[in-house]
Design a protein around this ligand. Structure first.
Ligand code: NAD
Ligand code: MLT
Length: 528
């Protein structure tokens, strides 16, 4: 199998070395296209790598018939339609750590350039004007820097600003007084920052909640002469309101690396001498570009070769250790899901998954996704995977509930998967046995011991002499060899089950013949 990878924004050549040297990977670099052109050419590719330039639209994603992974060589994923990717079962990964240092350094460079008007002075000198009066700056020492968003980059900026002897006040929904104290900064609300800061720098993602966070009302509350920095995302600051605040003299200067619409070349803000700007260069260093490209290249190779990824964006991420605890159960839960979906009659309304024993102490979300995937596979085939399983269940109105109990239920780990339809509840339970591998140990209320592999046949019958023999004779006549058989019953002469493993697939015709036999009232073939 050859995996085709399309790189649609410029990336570090050294950084994509892991992709270049991976066996069975074919790399295409094609960085010139409109979204429509990309939609037209995306179909053969299994992986798409972008920076912030390519807009990965729903149209592109829906045209990407073979796409399994979109990798963002950087942090922000606002240029990717995440909902569309999740719906199509495409995993999105990013490289959140590789450019933190570069973005923080760029922010500091912008703050210093802004404070000392370096770009304006240089521009004047380039025009052969020796002007020492127009470019009087301010010191950073003893000034207050307001940091909105104290994540990776915000925290690095705060630490560097302290080195400049600035006093730092920050707001982040996850910043506690305690943490702020340890960092040697103050913790405040956005309003506290707006009112107190001499310089305000934003480091949040662009989301509904942060769109135009700095707007007309916010500028009105700021100190006169405040200076504004945005090296995060265009749109966090309302550009029109910023323009007005500068023209009115409220804001003394602004340093911008990112803009509401990029490329940003013809905007009234660029006509103001108080504004300095760079064309989205925060992460543009040799080190950052190499680092993010290496991170996403490794994730693509691992993922397409069946492994896990380090930085999933549309799946909850698990540490290596947490993943190691649940990974051995992936195949079992998928099969329990397939099995129970074959038993369920009618429309599934609810799925309950019970984890008991040691497993209940682990983060079982990946197991729940894989179970739901197994259940939905019956109707959705390869359209469902662990990325979109929960989304699709929700779309179909199926409630998915996880239950955990550390009390062992006869096995050190037991997973019971239960479906509810209008016709009733069906369930299958399985475990991993030391040295023996996966086993299905219960079907509804019947104890069994079956390897979840190959062709299974689940039969419901009345416990009467001859019923087992009739099944054996019919299967022999239809050339289906029985490998193993187990029987169980609730009461003598009452309802009973047969659990068979057979060497060939049991088809619809075989099932009809089985159901016509005396005392046999159901036969369900399950291929695992
Ligand atoms: P991060 O996820 O580590 O940090 C973002 C922080 O924002 C989080 O701590 C989060 O809690 C906080 N936040 C969310 N909503 C908030 C709100 N309403 N108010 C205040 N804080 C809020 O991300 P990061 O790696 O530090 O990146 C920060 C930003 O910088 C992102 O927008 C990213 O895309 C951008 N970025 C830009 C460049 C560039 O080239 N200019 C480079 C790298 C990153
Ligand atoms: C990011 O979010 O990582 C930055 O926008 C850097 C980039 O890729 O240009």
């Amino acid at each position: 199998m050859t995996y085709r990878v399309l790189i649609s924004d410029p990336l570090s050549e050294d950084g994509i070395y892991p992709l270049r040297q991976a066996e069975g990977f074919e790399i295409t670099i094609d960085t010139e296209h409109t979204p429509e052109e990309l939609a037209a050419k995306i179909a053969p590719y299994h992986a798409l790598v972008v920076r912030s330039q390519t807009q990965v639209t729903r149209e592109i994603i829906e045209s990407a018939k073979n796409l399994r992974i979109i990798a963002r060589a950087g942090v922000g994923v606002d240029n990717i339609d995440l909902d569309a990717a999740t719906e199509q079962g495409i995993i999105v990964v990013n490289a959140p750590d590789g450019n933190t240092n570069s973005a923080a350094e760029h922010t500091m460079a912008m703050i210093m350039a802004l404070a000392r008007k370096i770009p304006q002075a240089f521009n004047s000198l380039k025009n052969q004007i020796w002007d020492r009066k127009s470019f009087i700056g301010v010191e950073l020492k003893n000034k207050t820097l307001g940091v909105i968003g104290l994540g990776r980059i915000g925290a690095e900026v705060a630490a560097r600003a302290k080195g400049q002897r600035m006093s730092v006040i920050a707001y982040d929904p996850f910043l506690t007084e305690d943490k702020a104290k340890k960092l040697g900064i103050r913790c405040g609300s956005v309003e506290d920052i707006i009112k107190a800061a001499d310089f305000i720098t934003v480091h949040t993602p662009l989301m509904k909640e942060t769109k135009h966070l700095l707007n007309k009302e916010a500028f009105a509350m700021m100190k006169d002469g405040v200076q504004i920095i945005n090296c995060a995302r265009g749109g966090i600051i309302d550009e029109d309101a910023l323009y007005d605040a500068i023209v009115e003299g409220k804001v003394a200067g602004a340093a911008l690396d990112v803009f509401e619409t990029e490329p940003f070349v013809d905007h009234k803000l660029l006509t103001l001498p108080e504004v300095i700007a760079t064309p989205h260069l925060g992460a543009s260093t040799i080190e950052a570009q190499e680092s993010v490209a290496i991170d996403v290249s490794k994730d693509i190779v691992n993922f397409l070769n069946g492994g896990s990824v380090r930085n999933p964006v549309n799946l909850p991420s698990l540490s290596k250790e947490a993943l190691a605890k649940v990974e051995p159960f992936f195949d079992l839960v998928d099969k329990l899901g397939v099995f129970v979906s074959r038993l369920a009659e009618g429309v599934i309304e609810e799925i309950n998954i019970y984890y008991s024993g040691e497993l209940a102490e682990s983060d079982v979300r990946p197991l729940t996704r894989n179970t739901v995937k197994g259940i939905l596979k019956r109707n959705l085939g390869h359209h469902v995977n662990d990325v979109n399983a929960r989304f699709l269940a929700e779309r179909f109105g199926i409630k998915v509930n996880e239950h955990k109990s550390t009390t062992p239920k006869g096995f050190s780990n037991l997973i019971t998967v239960e479906t509810t339809t209008e016709k009733g509840v069906r369930s299958v339970a399985g475990t991993l046995l030391n040295g023996l591998g996966a086993r299905i140990v219960r079907v509804d209320n019947n104890l069994v011991d079956v390897k979840p592999a190959g062709h299974l046949l689940f039969i419901k019958h009345i416990d009467q002499p001859g019923a087992i023999g009739r099944v054996g004779t019919l299967l022999a006549k239809e050339n289906i060899n029985i490998a193993t058989m187990q029987v169980g019953r609730s009461t003598v002469g009452g309802n009973a089950i047969m659990m068979l493993t057979v060497d060939n697939q049991v088809n619809e015709e075989n099932v009809e013949h089985l159901k016509m036999l005396e005392d046999i009232f159901d036969a369900i073939p399950i291929d695992l």
